[in-house]
Design a binder for this molecule. Structure first.
Ligand code: ZN
Length: 405
C-alpha cells in the first residue's frame, strides 16, 4: 500500500483538521474500510462547558464515512470520563452508549462510534482503526496468531476475535500495557489498530503494517492454484460484457421485485478466478468469516452454475433457477432464526456469482452495490482489491416484474 500523505497539503492543518485529512486518506482506500467502517481519533486539550481545560477524545461519530468525513462528524468525549471506565470489568452496549452521551462536549453532537473506548483506552494521541482486507485475509483461519507472528514477529500483538464493545476495548488497553514493544495491535478477523504521537505517525504506521501484510500475501500466493483451479474457461472481456448486459435486466427484475435495486457487475481478474473455479459452488455455502461484510452481502452469496456462459438464454434460465433456490433457502434460514418475530422484507441475494462470467452485486444505490462487491462473501479473502471494472445498471423507470424481465 502506498502512502497518500502529502506534506504540502497538510502544511496549514493541525488538530482536528489534520485528523479529517488523514481520515479521508484512510476512507479513500477501499481495501481498508467499507462505507461507514473503521474509525480514527485524536486526543486534544479543549475547554469544557465551565471553561476548564480538559483532555478530549475527538472520535468518529456513528454513521459517518471516513472518505467524506468533516470536523462536525467527530464528537468530543471527555477523557476523564473514558478513563474512569478502565476500573470496570464489564459494560453492556446500551449502558456504554448512555454513559458516553453524558461525557460529550456537546450534547447535540453525533453519537460517538461503538468503538470509542478502543481509542480512548490507548494513551497515544492519534489512533487509526481499520477493517483492512489484508489483515482479515491473514486471520480468517484457525492459525491466525501463528501467521501473524511469522510476518510481524514482536512488532505487533494480536487479539482473537471478539465483537466490538467494551470487552475488546478493555483487552486492547491491557494488551498495550503488557506489550510496550508492539507498534500496533491486530484484531483477528477484524482489522488494525495503529497509533502515534501525531496523526501522520498513526497513518504511516497503518500503511507500513498493511504493506507488510500485502507482501506476505503475495509471497504466499505465488505459484499456488487457488480455489481448486479453473473448472469453466472465462469468456473474453467482450463476450462477458455482451452476456452480462443481456442478462442484467432480467436479474434486476428478479431481485428487485419489491424494492428499487441497483445492480453492479464485476469481472476483475480475481473475481473471475473465483467464479470460474472448481470450488466456487462449495465455497459459496460457507459464509463470510468477517462479520462486517454480512451487512452488505447477507450470509451467503448465490452461486449460479452454467453449462455455456456464452449463451444468454441459458445463463438467464440458470440465474432464475439459482435465485429462486436462494429465496427458498433464505426464507427457511430467516424463519428458523427469527426469534424477534420480524417480517422478512428482502429474501433476495445481494451477491450473484455466475460461472464463466463474473459477479453481480445489488444495493439500494450505486454506492451500496459497490460496497457489496467489495465485501465478496463466502470465499477465502485472499483477493486483491481495486475494482476497475465495475459497471452498474440503475433500475429502469418502468417497474419490472419477474415475468416481464
Ligand atoms: Zn472495527
Amino acid at each position: 500500500m502506498r502512502s497518500r500523505w502529502d506534506d504540502a497539503a497538510t502544511k496549514n492543518l493541525d488538530g482536528l483538521d489534520l485528523l479529517v485529512y488523514a481520515s479521508r486518506l484512510v476512507g479513500a482506500e477501499t481495501s481498508l474500510v467499507v462505507w461507514g467502517g473503521g474509525n480514527t481519533s485524536l486526543k486534544l486539550a479543549e475547554r469544557d462547558h465551565r471553561g476548564r481545560e480538559v483532555r478530549v477524545l475527538r472520535v468518529k461519530g456513528s454513521g459517518s464515512d471516513l472518505k467524506s468525513i468533516e470536523t462536525k462528524h467527530f464528537p468530543g468525549v471527555r477523557m476523564d470520563d473514558i478513563l474512569a471506565l478502565l476500573e470496570r470489568q464489564q459494560m453492556g452496549d446500551q449502558e456504554m452508549v448512555a454513559y458516553l452521551a453524558h461525557a460529550l462536549q456537546d450534547p447535540a453532537s453525533p453519537r460517538p462510534s461503538i468503538e470509542t473506548l478502543l481509542h480512548g483506552f490507548l494513551p497515544a494521541d492519534a489512533v487509526i482503526h481499520t477493517h483492512a482486507d489484508a489483515i482479515v485475509s491473514l486471520t480468517n483461519n484457525d492459525r491466525a496468531a501463528e501467521v501473524l507472528r511469522e510476518i510481524y514477529g514482536s512488532d505487533v500483538t494480536a487479539l482473537p476475535y471478539r465483537r466490538p464493545g467494551f470487552l475488546i476495548s478493555r483487552e486492547v488497553a491491557v494488551t498495550f500495557e503488557r506489550h510496550p514493544e508492539a507498534k500496533a495491535i491486530l484484531l483477528e478477523k477484524h482489522g488494525t489498530i495503529c497509533w502515534g504521537a501525531t496523526v501522520k505517525d498513526a497513518y504511516l504506521s497503518t500503511v507500513e503494517l498493511i504493506s507488510r501484510a500485502e507482501e506476505a500475501i503475495a509471497h504466499r500466493g505465488k505459484g499456488r492454484v487457488r480455489f481448486g483451479g479453473a473448472a469453466v474457461p472465462p469468456l473474453t472481456p467482450e463476450e462477458r460484457r455482451r452476456v452480462a448486459s443481456s442478462v442484467a435486466p432480467a436479474l434486476r427484475g428478479l431481485v428487485g421485485r419489491d424494492r428499487r435495486v441497483v445492480l453492479a457487475f464485476d469481472d476483475a481478474p480475481d473475481v473471475l478466478d473465483f467464479a470460474c473455479s472448481s470450488e466456487a459452488a462449495l465455497l459459496s455455502t460457507i459464509g463470510p468469516a468477517t462479520p462486517d461484510h454480512t451487512i452488505y452481502t447477507k450470509r451467503l452469496p448465490c452461486f449460479v452454475p452454467v453449462d455455456d456462459p456464452r449463451d444468454p438464454a441459458g445463463v438467464k434460465a440458470a440465474i432464475q433457477a439459482s435465485v429462486e433456490r436462494f429465496v427458498v433457502a433464505y426464507t427457511e434460514y430467516f424463519t428458523a432464526h427469527n426469534t424477534a418475530g420480524a417480517a422478512l422484507s428482502d429474501p433476495y441475494p445481494r451477491v450473484i456469482t455466475v460461472a464463466g462470467l463474473g459477479m453481480f452485486t445489488t444495493g439500494k444505490d450505486r454506492r451500496t452495490a459497490g460496497d457489496t462487491s467489495r465485501s465478496r462473501p463466502g470465499t477465502p479473502s485472499t483477493w486483491s482489491t481495486g475494482r476497475s471494472s465495475c459497471t452498474s445498471w440503475p433500475r429502469p423507470r418502468r417497474r419490472r416484474s419477474c415475468r416481464d424481465a
